[in-house]
Design a protein around this ligand. Structure first.
Ligand SMILES: C[S@@+](CC[C@H](N)C(=O)[O-])C[C@H]1O[C@@H](n2cnc3c(N)ncnc32)[C@H](O)[C@@H]1O
Length: 287
């Protein structure tokens, strides 16, 4: 039986007025918390470049930079480091300018430049020690010719001993239409990150993926981020890198900790287990 109006109104009014956690959330912040760890990534980039080239890298380009989290971490690391971030989307670059650049000091900000451009048409005049393309963003190029054109342009943009770094994921679960989730702890309250592989076409390798977020009050941000990309395999990626002119291509694989979880330490290897799901880095050396 419905309650009299004077009893229902206050709770209805307050329910209508209180925005849900999903309504209050900033999707870009949730994305960073869920799938990025710029400190670990920059550790890997700097140490691996040094191991490969016997010198420190100073000039980084972050392709598909989004909120430029890696650029920001890079310029924090050393007073001689410079970073150039490229992204097609003006909204995400504006978010970076409003949220991430202000956390840098004036000198660090002077050494970072964000540019709204297609990575395929970015200037390729050399001079970069490193180009990084992370979180599988280059998979947005679904045709072989296009991915090869991108790899060639990166090769041209690098200095004579420059190195291109990228990541990849795979394993037999990567080809399945599934949803995986995990809890992410955040100062603003924990939330659930959901990765959905919504559609996979084995004929052309194309895949639709979505990122959803769910909150303690039951609210959800569905399809906060969506991608249509090609699920490239490591042999294809390595072949295309070599065809684009890269001399030495290395795959870095994670080991396991005592609890049977990936240990976050990526080491070069030519052989790996046929795991259900894996993430790896690649380096491709110019020259
Ligand atoms: C998956 S996000 C990557 C964000 C971040 N770099 C990371 O590692 O998580 C992909 C980004 O690539 C951008 N993007 C897509 N196609 C692009 C292109 N052709 N050139 C430059 N940026 C592009 C999108 O705007 C989006 O910000």
């Amino acid at each position: 039986m419905p309650l009299p109006p004077d009893l229902t109104r206050p709770s209805l009014v307050s329910a209508a007025q209180a925005p849900s956690l999903a309504e209050q959330a900033d999707p870009q912040r949730l994305y960073e918390r869920s799938v990025q760890c710029p400190e670990a990534e920059v550790d890997f980039l700097a140490a691996t470049f040094h191991r490969l080239r016997g010198r420190d890298a100073r000039h980084l380009r972050e392709d598909f930079c989004g909120s430029a989290a890696v650029c920001c971490e890079w310029v924090r690391r050393h007073a001689g480091n410079t970073a150039l971030g490229l992204d097609l989307d003006p909204a995400v670059l504006a978010w970076a300018a409003a949220h991430n650049l202000p956390a840098l000091d004036a000198d660090q900000r002077r050494r970072i430049r964000l540019c709204q451009t297609d990575v395929l048409t970015a200037p390729t005049d050399g001079g970069l020690d490193l180009v990084a393309a992370m979180n599988f963003s280059y998979w947005l190029f679904r045709e072989r010719a296009l991915l090869q054109a991108y790899f060639r342009s990166v090769h041209q943009a690098l200095t004579a001993d420059g190195v291109f770094f990228l990541d990849a994921y795979g394993g037999y679960d990567a080809f399945r239409e599934i949803v995986e989730e995990r809890t992410v702890e955040d100062d603003a309250g924990s939330f659930t990150y959901r990765w959905e592989q919504a559609r996979y076409n084995p004929i052309d390798g194309s895949m639709d993926c979505h990122i959803h977020f769910a909150f303690a009050d039951g609210s959800e941000l569905r399809r906060a981020f969506s991608y249509r990309w090609r699920l490239w395999t490591l042999p294809e990626i390595r072949e295309l890198l070599r065809e684009a002119g890269f001399g030495h291509v290395v795959v870095y694989w994670q080991g396991w900790d005592e609890d049977g979880e990936p240990d976050g330490r990526f080491e070069p290897t030519e052989h790996a287990d046929a795991d259900a799901g894996w993430i790896c880095y690649l380096s491709a050396e110019k020259g």
